[in-house]
Design a binder for this molecule. Structure first.
Ligand SMILES: [Zn+2]
Length: 372
C-alpha cells in the first residue's frame, strides 16, 4: 500500500507541485475530509429514460448505497448527498446545476461525485465513462462537434457562451488547472472499478463543460455508469445487484482517493489486515485458550466512533456482533465469533470478507484486543 501511495504521489506531484505536499501536511493535523455525492436530475427532470429505467431514480438508489457503504468503509469521512429523495433545486436546469455546485462549495467538500447514466441515439455505443473538467480550447471545440448536446440542456455550458475575459472564467480556469490531476486520478480508479463488473471501460473523458463541475471549487467528476440505450448495458443496469455493484465501484474509488491523497489511520488498519493475512500461517495456534474471556475473533470493522451493534450494515450477523475495545484512533472494534485458534476462524473469515473486505482475525483477552 505504501509503495502504491508513493508511486501515485510521484505521478501527481510533478503536475500539481506543492499542493500535493501541503495536502499531506494538512492531513497530519487530522482535518475532517468530506465528499459530496450528487444523484443527477430529480423532481421534474427525470434525466434519461429507457424502457423500465428512469435515470433520476436509478442514480438516487446508487447514491444512497454509496453513502451507506462509505459509512462502513470510511466512517471518518463526511458524506453529503445533494438530494435523498425525488427532488430538484430549481426549475431551471442550469440554475439547478449551479446550486448543486454551491451546495458542494458550502460544505467545503474535498471531492464532488455526480452520478448519472448515459443514453445515445446510436444504440451500439456502450460502456462506462467518467468526465472531468478541462477548459482546454482544443478539447472543448472537439466536443462541440460531437453533437448538439448544448442546444437545450442546462447540464452543459456552451463553450461559445463563455466570456474568456471574465473573472468567473479566470477563476474556473485556475481551479481546473489545480484540480484536474486529482479529478483524473479519481476518474481512472472509478472507471477501472466499474469495468470490473463487465462494463466496457470507455475511460476518462474531458472537453464537455459540465455546469456543476465548472462552478465547483473542489476536484470533481461526472460518473456515467453505462448507456441505457445499449442492450448489453441496459440488461446489466436492470439486473439485480447492479446498483449495489456500481455503488461498490464508486465507494471503493472514493476510499482509494482519500487514502492515497491524504492518508489515514484506516490505511494503517488495512495494512495490518494485509499483513495479518499474509502471515496467517505462521501464527501459532493457541489451543490452550480455554478461558471464556480469551480467544480469537473476526474483526468486521473498526471505528473512531461507537456504532450500534444492531446497525443495518451488520444485518447478516444480527445479534452476533460484539464490541471489543482496542487502542488507537479506531478503538471501537466490532467483532464476530469466538475461536480457540486463528486457524479455526479462517473459514468464517473468508465468508466475512465477502461483505467486510478488511475483516481480519484478532486475539482478545479480558474484553480487549491484545494482538492482531
Ligand atoms: Zn444524467
Amino acid at each position: 500500500m505504501r509503495n502504491l501511495i508513493i508511486q501515485i504521489l510521484l505521478l501527481v506531484i510533478p503536475l500539481v507541485g506543492v499542493n500535493a505536499v501541503s495536502a499531506q501536511n494538512v492531513a497530519s493535523e487530522q482535518i475532517k475530509r468530506s465528499v459530496v455525492i450528487d444523484p443527477g436530475h430529480g423532481g421534474p427532470r427525470p434525466g434519461k429514460q429507457h424502457r423500465d429505467i428512469v435515470e433520476k431514480d436509478y442514480v438516487l438508489d446508487v447514491s444512497i448505497e454509496v453513502r451507506k457503504q462509505l459509512s462502513r468503509k470510511m466512517p471518518e469521512l463526511d458524506v453529503y448527498l445533494t438530494r435523498s429523495c425525488d427532488s430538484a433545486y430549481h426549475e431551471s436546469q442550469s440554475t439547478d446545476n449551479r446550486l448543486r455546485a454551491e451546495f458542494c462549495n458550502n460544505k467545503a467538500a474535498d471531492l464532488y461525485v455526480g452520478i448519472h447514466a448515459n443514453a445515445l441515439g446510436d444504440t451500439k455505443v456502450k460502456g462506462c465513462e467518467v468526465w472531468v473538467l478541462t477548459l482546454n480550447e482544443k478539447l472543448m471545440n472537439q466536443n462541440k462537434l460531437v453533437g448538439a448536446r448544448y442546444a437545450d440542456d442546462g447540464d452543459f455550458i456552451n463553450p461559445e457562451d463563455i466570456d474568456r475575459n471574465s473573472q468567473g472564467f479566470m477563476m474556473a480556469l485556475s481551479r481546473q488547472l489545480e484540480n484536474e490531476p486529482y479529478s483524473r486520478f479519481f476518474a481512472e480508479e472509478c472507471c477501472k472499478n466499474m469495468a470490473s463488473y463487465g462494463l466496457v471501460n470507455k475511460g476518462v473523458k474531458a472537453g464537455t463543460v459540465y455546469t456543476v463541475l465548472y462552478y465547483s471549487e473542489c476536484p470533481g467528476v461526472i460518473v456515467e455508469m453505462g448507456y441505457l440505450t445499449n442492450n448489453d448495458d441496459y440488461n446489466y443496469l436492470y439486473s439485480k445487484g447492479s446498483k449495489q455493484e456500481m455503488a461498490t465501484a464508486i465507494s471503493d474509488a472514493i476510499v482509494t482517493y482519500f487514502k492515497t491523497l491524504y492518508g489515514s489511520e484506516s490505511c494503517e488498519v488495512s495494512e495490518a489486515a494485509e499483513e495479518t493475512a499474509s502471515t496467517q500461517e505462521s501464527v501459532v495456534e493457541d489451543s490452550k485458550a480455554e478461558e471464556i474471556n480469551e480467544g480469537y475473533a473476526i474483526q468486521l470493522i473498526s471505528s473512531m466512533k461507537e456504532v450500534d451493534i444492531n446497525d443495518y450494515q451488520f444485518k447478516e450477523y444480527k445479534g452476533k456482533v460484539r464490541l471489543i475495545m482496542g487502542s488507537g484512533k479506531y478503538k471501537f472494534k466490532y467483532c464476530y465469533g469466538s475461536y480457540k485458534s486463528s486457524a479455526d476462524a479462517q473459514e468464517d473469515l473468508n465468508h466475512a470478507r465477502k461483505t467486510f473486505k478488511d475483516a481480519y482475525i484478532v486475539k482478545y483477552n479480558n474484553g480487549a484486543i491484545v494482538a492482531k
